[in-house]
Design a protein around this ligand. Structure first.
Ligand code: XMP
Length: 430
C-alpha cells in the first residue's frame, strides 16, 4: 500500500460521503467502514493514520443507537469524532468541521501524507489483484460502459491474459458501440475478448412484446443467460470481475455493512456458478473512476460517455421493437450525438438521446403523401437523475439536427423536441 489512509467509521451520519470527499480532495486516501468493525479488521487495513467517528447528532444506524467497540480506542491512531456523545477522542466537533480544522487533523494530528493519486491507486490495486488472483483466471462482462471498461483496463494491466472479457451485443447498442469495444480492448489493449452477437436471439425474444417492464425483464434475463452460457464454455474460471463503485456500496451514512452484502449478490447469476469477486473500483467515486480510466490509457470518448441504460436502445424504440424503428433510433441518435459534439453541447448536457414511438404520422415527401415515424429528441440536465430539467438548445442547432434526421434517417417524416422536466416525466420513456 503506497497511500496513507484516514478511516471514517460510519455511526449513522448522512455526511460521511461529504467528509470522505473533502479528505480525498486534500490528496489523502480515505475509506468509510461500518461502526462495528473489530480491532482485528481495522489492523488489517494498511497505512491507517487516523480515524474519524462520524455519528451526526445521535449515532443511530437503522433506528438503533450504535457505538464502536471500546477496544478500537486502543488502536494507537489519532481519533476524532463529529457528533455530541463524549468519546475518548483526540478531537471533537459537534458538526461537520470547517475545511481548515479537518486539514489540521489530517495533516498535523495524524501526519498523513497527501499521496493519494491515480498512479499510486492503480499500482496498489494491481498489486492487490495479483495477490488475490495469483495464477488463476478472471471473467468479466464488458458492456462498454464506463465502470466495466475501467475494470477491464485495470485487470488487463494486472493479470493480462488471465482475464477473459465477454462482450454481449444484445442488438440494442448505439451505432458503432460494439465495434469500438472490440477496437479498444481487442486491438489496442490486446484483451482476451469473446464477442457474442446476440442480436437475433434478443430481438427474437422481444418480438411483439410492448410492455416496458416485460421488455426490460426479457433483456436482463436473456443477458444473464448468454453470459452464463459463455462462462460454462470456459474452464478454470475462479473469479468474476465487477464494476462495483463506491456509491453502489455506501448509502450516505447508514447501512454500510448491509449494502456491501446485498451488492455482492452479483446481478442474479445462478448459484452453481461459484465465483469469487474482484472489484478494484469499489473505493472510487464516479469522477475518480473516470480519472482512473484515463490514467489506464482508455480513450476519453469511452471514459466520459453519457449514461446509457442497460436495456439500451430497447427502451427508446417504444412499444414492441421493430427493426425499422430500431434502425431509426440508432441512426437519429448517432446524428444527435455528432451534432451535439459539433456544438460543444456534449460537454454541457448530462444526457441526450432520441426515441421513436410506435405510431406514424402523415407527411409529404417527393410530392407524395407519406405515412412514417417520428423522432423525439430529449436533452436533460441533472445532478443525481432523481429530478431533471430540460436543456434550452439553441434553435439553429435543433434545426440542423432536424434537417439531418429528416434527410438521412429512413422511415421518418417528423422530429419533435421533448420539453418535459422530471418529474413528472422520467428521463427515459420506458
Ligand atoms: P429515468 O428514466 O428513471 O432514468 O428517469 C434515470 C436514469 O437512469 C438511466 N436508466 C438506467 N440505467 N439501467 C441503467 O443502468 C437501466 O435499466 C436504466 N433505466 C434508466 C436513465 O438513462 C437515466 O440516466
Amino acid at each position: 500500500m503506497k497511500q496513507d489512509m484516514i478511516v471514517i467509521l460510519d455511526l449513522g451520519s448522512t455526511e460521511n460521503t461529504e467528509v470522505a470527499r473533502k479528505i480525498r480532495d486534500m490528496g489523502v486516501y480515505t475509506e468509510i467502514h461500518p461502526h462495528d468493525i473489530s480491532l482485528e479488521e481495522l489492523k488489517k487495513l494498511e497505512n491507517v493514520k487516523g480515524i474519524i467517528l462520524n455519528g451526526g447528532e445521535n449515532r443511530i444506524v437503522d433506528g438503533a443507537p450504535v457505538e464502536i467497540s471500546p477496544e478500537l480506542y486502543e488502536c494507537g491512531c489519532p481519533m476524532m469524532s463529529i457528533d455530541h456523545p463524549t468519546a475518548k477522542c483526540d478531537k471533537k466537533w459537534d458538526a461537520m468541521p470547517a475545511d481548515e480544522a479537518l486539514r489540521e487533523f489530517v495533516f498535523e494530528t495524524c501526519r498523513a501524507q497527501a499521496n493519494w493519486n491515480m498512479k499510486n491507486f492503480i499500482e496498489d490495486q494491481v498489486e492487490q489483484i495479483r495477490r488475490q488472483v495469483g495464477d488463476r483466471k478472471v471473467l468479466l462482462a464488458l458492456s462498454g460502459g464506463v465502470d466495466s471498461s475501467v475494470v477491464a483496463a485495470m485487470l488487463i494491466r494486472a493479470i493480462g491474459d488471465q482475464l477473459t472479457c465477454v462482450h454481449v451485443n444484445h442488438g440494442l447498442m448505439r451505432k458503432d458501440e460494439s465495434e469500438s469495444v472490440i477496437e479498444v480492448f481487442r486491438n489496442q489493449l490486446h484483451a482476451n475478448l469473446i464477442y457474442v452477437d446476440g442480436t437475433e436471439r434478443f430481438l427474437g425474444k422481444l418480438e411483439g412484446i410492448s410492455d416496458p417492464e416485460q421488455k426490460r425483464k426479457i433483456i436482463g434475463s436473456e443477458f444473464i443467460r448468454v453470459f452464463e452460457e459463455e462462462a460454462r464454455k470456459l474452464e478454470g474460471i475462479d473469479f468474476l470481475g465487477q464494476g462495483t463503485i463506491y456509491p453502489d456500496i455506501i448509502e450516505s451514512g447508514t447501512k454500510t455493512a448491509k449494502m456491501v452484502k446485498s451488492h455482492h449478490n452479483v446481478g442474479g447469476l445462478p448459484e452453481d456458478l461459484q465465483f469469487e469477486l474482484v472489484e478494484p473500483l469499489k473505493q472510487l467515486f464516479k469522477d475518480e473512476v473516470r480519472a482512473c480510466g484515463i490514467e489506464l490509457g482508455l480513450p476519453a470518448s469511452m471514459v466520459y460517455r453519457q449514461p446509457f441504460p442497460g436495456p439500451g436502445l430497447g427502451v427508446r424504440c417504444l412499444g414492441a421493437i421493430t427493426r425499422d424503428r430500431l434502425a431509426a433510433v440508432r441512426e437519429s441518435d448517432a446524428i444527435l450525438r455528432e451534432e451535439f459534439a459539433n456544438a460543444g453541447l456534449d460537454k454541457k448536457v448530462w444526457q441526450y438521446f432520441t426515441v421513436v414511438p410506435d405510431f406514424k404520422s402523415v407527411g409529404v415527401k417527393n410530392n407524395a403523401r407519406c405515412f412514417e415515424y417520428m423522432v423525439i429528441i430529449r436533452a436533460i440536465n441533472t445532478v443525481d437523475a432523481m429530478s431533471a430539467t430540460i436543456e434550452r438548445i439553441d434553435w439553429d442547432v435543433l434545426q440542423k439536427i432536424t434537417g439531418r434526421i429528416l434527410a438521412e434517417v429512413e422511415n421518418v417524416n417528423r422530429v419533435c423536441y421533448d420539453m418535459s422536466p422530471k418529474p413528472p416525466s422520467t428521463i427515459e420513456f420506458e
